[in-house]
Design a protein around this ligand. Structure first.
Ligand SMILES: *Cc1c(COP(=O)(O)O)cnc(C)c1O
Length: 372
């Protein structure tokens, strides 16, 4: 049986092993583990990659979102508008500040924030909007930023799944007030541990995040604010610097695989991901939809092909967010997505043979379930 994982980190390491090993040696040899040259260089290189003014490395993507909210002064009694169809971290970061998440439903085609519903979610307490570029697809940033501007509130990009994606030719990370990235190992740009970054076209926001992320200090033992310890370490920075020059090639390979899936599954009866005409996605995940999701997942897995569900519950359906008391049925597209989404294997090193095999198995399982 041909086994195919959902992501294959070993294949990527095998392709760049000498570069990675020498980067690790460089850091260990210098014994500079927190901050220092590797971190500063990575911050400059990643900001440039995103067409942004500045970047600051932080401990992980969840902290990146939290730190932007803190830098914008958001806290108790505030509301932050976002989507319920996302990874829990988007909302955890809001909750950690003491603010309350408020949800807008998603579009049926792209599964991203539905900007036409945004205005209705904004109240006098709304202090920010978090646009989540889920699955590597950029949100409709023109529409979102328009609504935000009309209320004078900032927009934060949750770009944890979208390193390198573009909206109308512009990179995510430079499309709004500030952006949060995760370098969790399985992301399009992944470290060898936890890591994250905040990027912005506004240097002051980046400086403020840097201060809060480093115990609220500018000087060694003078603390201006109550901060946290959430820094990017030099080993991760050196690994990320080694990988960054490969990112566009890796994203291009993901795009080729996604185009193949779209072509080979076009008449399969499955709902395929929609892409906005102004979007250039980077395909962190390739997510199909079907009402037979649970059966498909079980049977495709039994053939040695790993498929995933991102995510089986919308945030308002999670036990941790029961307290928000959002009635079932009030975010219908988000709830439908949670019940029907299925992610197929997609990573740069996926071979044509593997992809064709996935398609054959998926089609066979779908066909077997259709009564004739
Ligand atoms: C991965 C992810 C995060 C959090 O990043 P971590 O580095 O795991 O903390 C936030 N938002 C989204 C959409 C993610 O996929």
């Amino acid at each position: 049986m041909l086994k195919i994982p959902l992501v294959d980190l070993a294949a990527q390491y095998a392709a760049i092993r000498p570069e990675i090993d020498s980067a690790i040696q460089r850091v260990v040899g210098r014994s500079a583990f927190i901050g220092g040259e590797e971190v500063e260089q990575f911050e400059r290189e990643f900001a440039a990659y995103c067409d942004a003014a500045a970047a600051v490395g932080v401990g992980n993507g969840t902290d990146a979102i939290y730190l932007v909210l803190r830098a914008l002064g958001i806290g108790e009694r505030d509301e932050v508008v976002t989507v319920s169809h996302t990874f829990i971290a988007t909302c955890e970061a809001i909750s950690l500040t003491g603010a309350r998440p408020v949800f807008v439903d998603i579009r049926d085609d792209t599964l991203l924030l539905d900007a036409s519903k945004l205005n209705a979610a904004i109240t006098p307490r709304t202090k920010a909007i978090i646009a989540v570029h889920l699955y590597g697809q950029p949100c409709d940033m023109d529409a979102i930023v328009d609504v935000a501007k009309s209320h004078g509130i900032p927009v934060i990009e949750d770009a944890a799944q979208a390193h390198g994606a573009r909206w109308r030719g512009r990179r995510v990370g430079s499309l709004a007030t500030a952006a949060a990235f995760s370098f969790y190992p399985g992301k399009n740009l992944g470290a060898y541990g936890d890591a994250g970054a905040v990027v912005s076209t506004n240097r002051e926001i980046v400086d403020r995040v840097r201060l809060i992320a480093n115990h609220g200090r500018r000087e060694k033992y003078v603390h201006e604010a109550i901060g946290v310890n959430s820094r990017l370490d030099a080993l991760q920075a050196a690994i990320l610097r080694t990988k960054l020059p490969h990112l566009d090639d890796w994203n291009a390979a993901r795009r080729r695989h996604a185009d193949q899936y779209l072509r080979l599954l076009a008449d399969s009866g499955l709902e395929l991901p929609g892409v906005a005409s102004r979007a250039e996605p980077v395909w962190h995940l390739f997510v199909i939809r079907t009402t037979q999701r649970d059966r498909l997942q079980r049977e495709v897995k039994s053939h040695g092909i790993d498929v995933g569900v991102h995510y089986p519950l919308a945030i308002h359906q999670q036990p941790a967010y029961k307290y928000l008391d959002i009635p079932a049925g009030s975010l219908p597209q988000s709830e439908r997505a949670a019940a029907t989404v299925l992610s197929l294997p997609l990573y740069p090193e996926l071979t044509d043979q593997q992809l064709t095999h996935v398609v054959e198995v998926v089609r066979a399982v779908v066909d077997a379930g259709v009564p004739r």
